[in-house]
Design a protein around this ligand. Structure first.
Ligand SMILES: Nc1ncnc2c1ncn2[C@@H]1O[C@H](COP(=O)(O)OP(=O)(O)OP(=O)(O)O)[C@@H](O)[C@H]1O
Ligand SMILES: [Mg+2]
Length: 233
């Protein structure tokens, strides 16, 4: 069995008598140590897919196995434990805790893990060593985004889910972040899933999943992905 297996996975939102098929019976697999990129236009179901993978949202139907466990069959308690122990999540809109400093935000998730990475070192690796004591409101959008990436890594999770992790970053900083995320798959052997609009990074991924209107319109695998360092956009 693959590390992740989605089978006929659907998430349908109901509002009055209209239904939004955010994800419509999709099938995909993801292996351990893989860098996967999910591409697709706005509204195609990318965040929905990531939220299901992260145990933040529950599917309407289908199955979603992560490490042999069907998330669709887990209780709320089981999902909480799954989120806490297995998943690092970089949110599209950061979701930092406003009354904790940058460093404290990272320390908070490090504290959930039995095997955390150093919050101080992570802050340094995203280029924010000097901003440890600043609160989120004192940081630019891109700086907050980098804190949220360090926070997701701090837990040292087996599965790292990143929703537009470079959306607020200039190309140079974005590239540094992508190199760091790629190293989490290549060196640390985590499964890393990145949602992005930036198709230019697809050659650096092991697997590219293309979504449109809640459907998968293509899955490509690269036997020999290029180094993230060599990508230009
Ligand atoms: N809580 C919700 N209630 C109703 N509809 C929702 C909800 N969340 C998402 N949707 C709808 O589901 C569809 C997929 O949304 P999703 O957030 O997954 O898109 P996305 O691919 O991440 O888009 P973007 O690139 O803009 O972030 C959209 O049509 C969206 O409006
Ligand atoms: Mg989204």
């Amino acid at each position: 069995m693959s590390y992740i297996e989605a089978r006929e996975l659907s998430r349908i939102y109901t509002a009055g008598d209209s239904q939004i098929r955010a994800l419509d019976s999709v099938d995909f697999t993801i292996e351990d140590s893989e860098l996967t990129i999910i591409l697709g236009p706005s509204g195609s179901g990318k965040s929905t897919t990531l939220n299901l993978l992260g145990g933040i949202d529950s599917a309407t139907s289908g199955s979603l196995y992560v490490d042999g466990q069907d998330l669709c069959g887990l209780s709320e308690k089981g999902l909480t434990s799954y989120r806490r122990t297995q998943v690092g999540f970089v949110f599209q809109f950061y979701n930092l805790i406003p009354n904790l400093t940058a460093l404290e935000n990272i320390e908070l998730t490090a504290g959930l893990s039995s095997n955390p990475l150093s919050p101080q070192q992570l802050l340094e690796s995203v280029g924010l060593k000097a901003r440890a004591k600043n609160f989120p409101a004192e940081l630019s959008g891109g700086e907050q985004q980098r804190v949220s990436i360090a926070r997701a890594l701090a837990k040292n999770p087996r599965l790292l889910l990143c929703d537009e992790p470079t959306g607020a970053l200039d190309s140079e900083t974005g590239k540094k972040v992508l190199i760091l995320l790629a190293s989490m798959a290549r060196v640390e052997h985590k499964a890393v899933v990145i949602v992005t609009h930036n198709a230019a990074i697809a050659p650096a991924a092991d697997r590219v999943i293309r979504l449109r209107d809640g459907h998968i319109v293509g899955i490509e695998t690269n036997a020999n992905p290029v180094e993230m360092e060599s990508i230009t956009w």
